[in-house]
Design a protein around this ligand. Structure first.
Ligand code: AMP
Length: 418
């Protein structure tokens, strides 16, 4: 094989692409119901946007970005996530001046140089939503409800919503001191990758997937004890709002987002059905990010969901897979004049919203009928020169084998009854 796809990327072929279309249509529809409008941002941006917007010290910025220099010598990066771009656009287009609250969503590919494994890719698709302008805990609950609602709409039931509050930077600073006091005496016991986090951002130790670190962190002081009053109150109100919506959730005091512009609500939706890469969605408040990227102070919250993982769950039987897009009609024609009529008819049927295909391989009638069956067409239209003069065509229902001689209008009514 001369060319192969890059490790960590996927081809989506039919019929699997039908499941993707199904998922995408659910995302668009659910966003409509919650009144989020679509924003499309570029696939690449200046590298600095991501180093500032995601944060130096994160795995993404430190080792996972696909960065390159363009001909002008600028460093550009394929977006590893969309929030930084969305916020950049919000500031650049002065959206805050026009609308006090901005509710946007996106769907598209993201790029991270992670070690590929099941559910973890180097190019993967996310959909996500961002609400900029409100600090009302009710919108935090709306965001969680929307994120979980899309999974439910797809038919996925096996998931748990985990929530936490990461407070404000001051409460995190107080917690950090206490955490360092706990970690410092046992620093040598941490595996090297996690030891690196201690100086940079010890909160990240709570994220570790390594058993040694998980054990060592069992008795570590938790952020909840250091939460400021405002964050505590808002966290209470998020929970009340979720209760009010009858949404089940669990509190995970170890759920963290380490960067300074992340504030208050953090949430994650996980499924044990996924194995090691168990997160379906992640989100939270980032009240300080707009300012960090050069805008006026604007509270905001968002989430992102991994679409490959949702598709994996659909393939495992959670939710319905849309494997087949039925073809309405296959036109069978042999003689030259029949073939000409077939292309004319195909065009007219398509104008009536009927999906049509026909033979382009000069096959026999028998082979064309076989092809109609292979394509799982609902009907076959068999053209005969003698019938053409009468403007009548033989329509065969391929599920019952019943055949009738009908006019164009009658066929349209038969295939697409009002
Ligand atoms: P994050 O932007 O890291 O908060 O991720 C949000 C969601 O995107 C996760 O919950 C995953 O479902 C998905 N995701 C993140 N990284 C990957 C990846 N490398 N491959 C596939 N899905 C991913």
């Amino acid at each position: 094989m001369k060319y192969q796809k890059i490790k960590g990327t996927c081809d989506v072929l039919p019929p699997e692409s039908a499941s993707w279309q199904h998922l995408e249509s659910i995302v668009h529809e659910m966003m409509r119901r919650y009144n989020y409008q679509e924003i499309r941002v570029p696939i690449f941006e200046t590298t600095e946007l991501f180093t500032r917007g995601i944060g130096e010290g994160t795995d993404i910025v430190n080792k996972e970005m696909y960065s390159f220099h363009d001909m002008g010598g600028r460093s550009l990066t394929l977006r590893p996530e969309a929030t930084a771009s969305v916020v950049r656009s919000y500031i650049e287009e002065s959206v805050g001046k026009r609308s006090p609250i901005c509710k946007w969503y996106y769907i598209g590919p993201m790029f991270r140089q992670e070690k590929p494994q099941k559910g973890r890719y180097r190019q993967f698709q996310q959909f996500g939503a961002e609400a900029l302008g409100s600090n009302d805990p009710a919108i935090d609950a709306e965001m969680i409800a929307l994120s979980a609602g899309i999974l439910e709409q797809v038919g996925i039931k096996d998931f748990v919503i985990w929530i936490n509050s990461v407070g404000n930077p001051e409460s995190r600073a107080r917690h950090r001191e206490e955490l360092l006091r706990f970690v410092k005496p046992i620093v040598d016991k941490f595996p090297a990758v996690d030891r690196e986090k201690i100086d940079r951002n010890p909160l990240r130790l709570f994220d570790s997937k390594l058993d040694v670190t998980i054990d060592l962190m069992q008795d570590a002081p938790l952020l909840e004890k250091f939460l400021d009053i405002d964050s505590q109150n808002d966290f209470e109100r998020v929970q009340q709002a979720l209760n009010n919506l009858d949404i089940n959730y669990k509190i995970d005091p170890r759920l963290v987002r380490g960067l300074d512009y992340y504030t208050k609500t953090a949430f994650e939706i996980k499924s044990s059905a996924l194995g090691a890469q168990d997160a379906l969605s992640g989100g939270g408040r980032y009240d300080l990010l707009v300012e960090e990227l050069g805008g006026s102070p604007t509270p905001a919250i968002g989430f992102a969901s991994g679409m490959e993982r949702i598709i994996l769950m659909m393939e495992q039987g959670e939710g319905s897979l849309f494997r087949e897009t039925p073809l309405d009609l296959y036109i069978v024609a042999r003689e030259e004049n029949e073939r000409e009529e077939a292309t004319r008819l195909a065009s007219r049927f398509r104008q009536k919203q009927i999906s049509v295909d026909l033979d382009y391989l000069s096959r026999s009638q028998k082979a064309q009928m076989k092809e109609a069956a292979r394509q799982k067409a609902c009907f076959a239209l068999i053209l005969f020169s003698d019938d053409l003069k009468l403007k009548k065509y033989q329509l065969k229902d391929l599920s019952t084998s019943e055949q009738q001689s009908l006019s164009f209008d009658q066929i349209v009514r038969r295939i697409k009854p009002e």
